[in-house]
Design a protein around this ligand. Structure first.
Ligand SMILES: Nc1nc2c(c(=O)[nH]1)N[C@H]1C(S)=C(S)[C@@H](COP(=O)(O)O)O[C@H]1N2
Ligand SMILES: [Mo]
Length: 561
């Protein structure tokens, strides 16, 4: 009977040790959050470790994550990091029950991982980024050491002790809980057989949890308020009327068919792809963009005010469809918006940039964002007369923070990863030989023109339409070339022309529809293909998204009733 009580006691202590580990982990994150408020929000450990993980994720895995979790990929990553952290924290707590210093040292080791992650991020501003992780884990190590001290048996009488504590090495000075009196009183208070400090543990654990919650809350609210000036600056932006407005939409650009993608994608529904775990909140009033590098004879720094009011006479408004290289055939990472911005060619010409075809020394424009992203575009494309721009407005609003407020780049015809830098703050003219940008270092192609693609929006896969006329409809895009033809094939039948909506500009997608007369029930496969205005037919050849975008035909299988 007594043996059972004893092993029960051991079991409770192991659980409480795991709890101590969890509390220490919680304290580490909370303290780190508080310290990060004094450094930078991005230096908080979960953000830093998550960011570093994103940087090092093999492209195939990243692609898989984007495919399966979509825009939630970052939430999943953070929850994953927290889960791993919690497991290790509990393990360290249990280890500490027997090897108190080893456990505490293990906690600090975690801090080193966090610190290295924070300083290795492309946007790291220096060694200070290591502070939140280091301070957080030193506090946590101390806390773990202290909590475990309450759990240890103080009188290792060989007869009374079983389990982990039995094999414990002779306690050294540091491993003996402070205060002999305290120990004596516990012996009176606890049962003679286990002798650990129950009340002391409960008080210490509660105090630690409360203090951590306070520190974490303070840190979060300080980090939150540093974003407030950015939020305020965005709410004050009034976009001027563009000097060169977008042409009115040609009649018949937008089909009214249930289930088709709307011609303009609302900002709230616009796909989002980036590496930022915390959306950068940039204050427009302090934002600066510097243009410099090879062949820039008059380097320049511009403010947001310079762009929207200083150059108000040059603001253009254009409809441009943006697409992601990670979009699978039939996938969702493509969207169309009406953008307002400053023509990039004008700005580049003013600072002395000459395109390579006219003898300019730089063939690559590297845009850098406040979060350290680098995106390299061909200077030739940017300056060839297309509407490459520094965008400030999206569908009549200042850019949403998620889409790059205050300023992002856009180059019609190029995938986002080689053209659409959000939260831009620096433009450097260089060469493709001299510099590989972020995604190119991760084995994506240096150049990324958007491929000619088409997608069936309706019917959805596995839909069960009734016999009769089924409206098949969707979008097709070949930015900067334009869509000339869309065709539909039912099962292995002949290709039949779809009805095209009016084309807005060659830089936008084009809607299409196909009234399908179906008189046989059962399973049917609908396939779509587009032809662009250069005469190129969308290829049937399936390629993965890496390195320069997926290709192949989109098919949907439906069961006709
Ligand atoms: N700063 C920054 N800009 C970025 C990215 C990024 O990760 N960071 N991703 C690029 C990619 S891959 C794409 S497809 C587009 C997506 O823009 P959106 O999120 O506004 O749709 O942004 C581009 N600009
Ligand atoms: Mo992308």
């Amino acid at each position: 009977m007594q043996a059972m009580t004893r092993s029960w006691n051991v079991w409770i202590r192991v659980c409480l040790a795991a709890l101590s580990g969890l509390l220490a982990g919680y304290a580490a994150l909370a303290v780190a959050e508080l310290v990060s408020a004094a450094v930078r929000p991005q230096s908080s450990p979960v953000v830093a470790v998550g960011g570093a993980a994103i940087d090092r994720t093999p492209p195939a895995v990243k692609d898989w994550a984007i495919r399966h979790f979509g825009t939630n990929d970052k939430l999943v990553l953070q929850l994953g990091i927290l889960a791993v952290l919690a497991l290790f924290a509990m393990l360290l707590g249990v280890v500490a029950l027997r090897y108190r210093r080893t456990g505490a040292a293990g906690v600090v080791l975690f801090g080193v991982v966090g610190a290295l992650a924070a300083t290795s991020r492309p946007d790291s501003t220096g060694a200070a980024d290591a502070l939140p992780s280091l301070v957080g884990t030193v506090v946590a190590a101390g806390l773990l050491f202290w909590l475990i001290g309450r759990l240890r048996t103080h009188r290792p009488s060989p007869a009374a002790v079983s389990g982990p504590a039995a094999a414990q090495p002779a306690p050294t000075g540091a491993d003996v809980p402070a205060g002999g009196d305290e120990t004596a009183s516990h012996r009176v208070e606890g049962t003679a057989s286990d002798g650990w400090d129950r009340r002391g543990f409960v008080v210490a654990a509660t105090a630690a949890a409360a203090a951590s919650t306070g520190a974490g809350w303070l840190g979060l609210s300080l980090n939150g308020s540093s974003a407030q000036s950015a939020v305020a600056s965005r709410s004050k932006v009034v976009l001027p009327r563009p000097a060169s407005p977008a042409a009115a939409l040609p009649k018949g650009t937008e089909l009214r068919i249930p289930g088709i993608s709307p011609f303009f994608t609302p900002n709230a529904d616009f796909y989002r792809v980036d590496t930022a775990l915390v959306v950068p909140k940039v204050d427009a009033t302090t934002w600066r963009l510097t243009i410099h590098g090879k062949g820039v004879s008059r380097p320049r720094t511009v403010t947001f005010e310079d762009l929207i009011h200083g150059r108000a006479g040059e603001l253009i408004e254009r409809d441009v469809t943006l697409a992601c290289v990670s979009n699978e055939v039939g996938g969702p990472y493509v969207g169309n918006a009406r953008w307002i911005g400053v023509r990039l060619t004008d700005l580049l010409r003013e600072v002395g940039v000459v395109p390579p075809s006219k003898g300019g020394p730089a063939d690559q424009l590297v845009a850098r964002s406040v979060d350290g992203m680098t995106i390299g575009s061909p200077v030739e494309d940017v300056m060839d007369g297309r509407d490459a721009m520094l965008a400030v407005g999206m569908n009549g609003q200042p850019l949403p923070f998620e889409h790059g407020f205050p300023v992002r780049m856009l180059v019609p015809g190029l995938f986002g990863y080689v053209s659409a830098c959000k939260w831009i703050e620096d433009i450097e003219l260089t060469t493709f030989d001299a510099y590989d940008s972020y995604w190119v270092k991760r084995s994506w192609a240096r150049r990324g023109p958007i491929k000619t693609e088409s997608r069936i929006d309706t019917p959805k896969p596995f839909a069960r339409p009734r016999q009769g006329t089924v409206m098949v409809a969707g979008v097709a895009w070949a930015q900067h070339r334009g869509i000339d033809r869309v065709e539909i094939r039912v099962d292995d039948g002949p290709w039949q022309p779809a009805d095209l909506a009016a084309q807005d500009t060659t830089d936008t997608w084009r809607q299409w529809s196909f009234p399908w007369n179906v008189t046989t029930s059962g399973s049917h496969t609908l396939t779509v293909r587009a032809t662009d205005r250069t005469g190129t037919v969308q290829t049937e050849k399936r390629t993965p998204t890496i390195p320069d975008g997926a290709s192949g035909w989109h098919s949907v299988v439906v069961t006709v009733q």
